[in-house]
Design a binder for this molecule. Sequence first.
Ligand SMILES: [Zn+2]
Length: 260
Amino acid sequence: MSSSETYQELWLRVHDLEIDEVNGVPIPLSPSWQKICVNLSGGADSALLMALLCAIIQERGYKTKIDAITFDRFWFSKPWLKPISEQVFLHIKSMFPKIVDKHHISFLAPELEECRVNLEDSHETRSAFTMATYSFNDYHCFYNEDVGAVFHGRSKNASTLLDHPHRVKRRDNPGPEEMLEKLKRSEAYMIRPLLFVEKDWIIDQFIKNGWEDLLKITRSCGSNLRYLYKGWRFKADSPPPECGECYWCAERKWAIDKVV
Ligand SMILES: [Zn+2]
């Protein structure tokens, strides 16, 4: 049984949803949802997920609208992130003007990125960023009665880069049991259909759908001004070139070399 089949089974057990399949990856969606949100960072994964959801909604004739949620993170050290997310949002809106609705932008202080917080009634801790994401998603899901779910585009680390020192280890191999535990808890509304795919699958969907223009305006590089772009002056319309050294650059290069 493949990982994605296991994931689909989990979803069917916890929710009662229609499952669309995009090149072997199950994407749960309900035609009854008036609105869904997508966490949109400006990177390739979340941009692809949002465009795929639009395409499914359009093809099936659902009435669902999509809002994007972006966190303005690292405003001082990576000031291009927010403008890029806005460009990506507007591009997807131009592709699917009848489906894409609003772009909600929330702020996260950079000091909180590395900070961990205790969960109420638990010894467990989570990053402040994770908590902020869940809180904002909770706000949209539970205080806006129209929102059926929030989609998150996190994908799996490339199997060929598992020894890269800068990779995020929790993306190595999320197991189905871990996912079931998460689904049972408060984030049951958060759908992560790309957890079991690697970047080559992501790039391949851009190509298969003819969305290369969208791919080009996304940015994967994780480097910041302090280390790699010292002295560079930020202009919203001209972010620095991708560094070519960080994990995210290596992953994108590996995937594009493999697919294109
Ligand atoms: Zn980079």
